[in-house]
Design a protein around this ligand. Structure first.
Ligand SMILES: Nc1ncnc2c1ncn2[C@@H]1O[C@H](COP(=O)(O)OP(=O)(O)OP(=O)(O)O)[C@@H](O)[C@H]1O
Ligand SMILES: [Mg+2]
Length: 463
């Protein structure tokens, strides 16, 4: 990954450099060419002005100063100078051997053009020098008379060399930019790879079972820190879930042990009494049956708890008021048998959001608890109230109630205020879980007038 990142960064840099430097090279060449042509033109005019008088008086060959200036000019700029008179005959040349003096240049088109009063510039191949030359030819004028011409020639390779010098500089800058890209790429990719490796190690450690493993959320780029945050959220949730499962399994097996032992003892006793005391044995068997019932209730409760804990059940719209009244109807006979008045107060209908069957099971558990503590001739009121966006259900009894501290503890699995009470201690844990899964909340509170207020709230369904 690291090398791929560096290669990508360098390719992009190279592309940018190519796109930028190739046109720049052409442009530089053109600018250099124009610059030299302009400066040659200017120099040619200066020399033309300088030769004007000597040509007028026909004393060019004696003009030592002009000859010296021409040579000096050649030495300084590397340009060859030829001055011809109006006949096209060379009267001044910058060559040291002066061999061309007196040669006719009329056959050179640029000289002929200049003697016609035109300035010309361009390239031509010199067979004498065997190289490409840049030339500038200007006429020497005196008023409207053409006295001769000045031609400056300049080897093309000098221009090419200058351009090459600049291109070399450009290439060095480009190579440095590439190197810099490689170094930056190496550093950035290195730090990203390091963070990802750290995350990978954390993942492996978590997979190996160390649930407390957490990734460092403070270092690295934004993407990496947010990945580390997500990893930590996941690890947190995983730790919680696994711990819940562990305590659940531990609690469950512990709770199952007691009724199982009781059941075995009762069966053993019954076995012993079978011959000597059949009536006593039957009594033990009846007790064993009750114990087996309790055990099966306990297992059912545990299964229900683990099912709602594991599954992400879809919520639906249900009528809290209708379902509550239905359940009350079912409990009436048992309430009457216990000499307890059970009644409903509230609206005819209240549609709420809940997981399927949650309302029924919550109402059943609350009424079951209330009935088991209600004294003879007492009242249980089941009330549904809607307020704002919520609907709540209250089961109010006149029993002994619970202290505020017991009210919170009562939702713990297997907790019972009184251990001789017949029950598994799972009812309220199931209630709390069903309420949570429905997006609501279950609560217990002591009533000021005595007794307990067991309630649950749900979100009202929006029509
Ligand atoms: N209305 C109530 N008044 C007083 N105490 C209550 C009331 N409801 C529950 N409790 C206390 O809270 C405990 C836990 O209740 P929970 O419903 O969870 O278990 P349980 O009724 O003992 O057994 P089961 O699993 O059969 O419901 C009860 O044992 C009881 O001591
Ligand atoms: Mg109960």
């Amino acid at each position: 990954m690291k090398w791929r990142f560096i290669a990508a960064l360098m390719s992009v840099t190279l592309l940018v450099l190519l796109v930028q430097d190739i046109p720049l090279g052409f442009y530089l060449q053109q600018v250099e060419h124009e610059r030299i042509t302009t400066s040659l033109e200017r120099d040619a005019f200066v020399l033309a002005g300088r030769s004007e008088q000597a040509l007028e008086t026909d004393s060019v060959s004696d003009d030592g100063e002009l000859i010296a200036a021409v040579k000096k000019y050649r030495d300084a700029g590397g340009s060859r100078v030829v001055i011809v008179n109006d006949q096209g005959t060379a009267v001044v040349v910058s060559d040291d051997d002066q061999a061309d003096l007196g040669t006719s240049y009329l056959n050179r088109p640029e000289i002929a053009q200049a003697l016609n009063g035109q300035i010309s510039t361009g390239h031509r191949f010199s067979t004498t020098l065997n190289q490409e030359l840049l030339y500038v030819t200007v006429p020497i004028l005196s008023g409207s008379d053409i006295l001769g011409a000045v031609r400056l020639t300049y080897p093309d390779y000098i221009i090419a060399n200058r351009v090459n010098d600049q291109l070399r500089l450009l290439s060095i800058v480009a190579i440095m930019a590439l190197l810099l890209a490689a170094i930056v790429g190496y550093i950035v990719a290195g730090s990203i790879a390091k963070r990802i490796r750290a995350l990978q190690e954390a993942t492996e450690e978590l997979a190996a079972g160390n649930l407390r493993t957490r990734a460092d959320e403070d270092k690295g780029t934004r993407e990496i820190t947010s990945l580390a945050e997500s990893f930590n959220d996941m690890a947190e949730r995983l730790e919680l879930l696994i711990n819940q499962q562990r305590t659940f399994a531990a609690d469950a097996s512990h709770q199952l042990r007691t009724p199982l032992t009781a059941l075995r003892l009762r069966l053993e006793r019954a076995h012993e009494l079978l011959e000597s005391d059949p009536a006593g044995a039957a009594e033990r068997l009846a007790a064993a049956e009750a114990e087996a019932d309790r055990l099966s209730n306990l297992i059912e409760g545990l299964l229900l708890l683990s099912r709602t804990e594991a599954a992400n059940v879809q919520r639906v719209t249900v009528d809290l008021a209708v379902l509550t009244r239905d359940r009350i109807e079912q409990w009436q006979a048992l309430a009457a048998e216990s000499g307890v008045k059970l009644r409903y107060e509230g609206p005819v209908s209240a549609e709420v959001i809940a997981v399927p069957n949650a309302v029924e099971q919550i109402v059943d558990n609350y009424i079951d608890n209330a009935l088991s503590v209600s004294p003879l001739k007492s009242k249980i009121t089941v009330r549904v109230i809607t307020a704002g966006t919520l609907a709540s259900l209250h089961v109010l009894d006149q029993g002994p109630g619970l202290t505020p501290e017991e009210c919170t503890r009562a939702f713990d699995r297997f907790w019972r205020a009184n251990s001789d009470r017949h029950g598994s201690g799972l009812g309220l844990a199931i209630v709390a879980q069903l309420a949570r899964a429905s997006g609501g909340k279950a609560q217990l509170a002591p009533r000021p007038e005595g007794g307990l207020d067991a309630s649950v709230s749900f979100d009202l369904a929006r029509n």
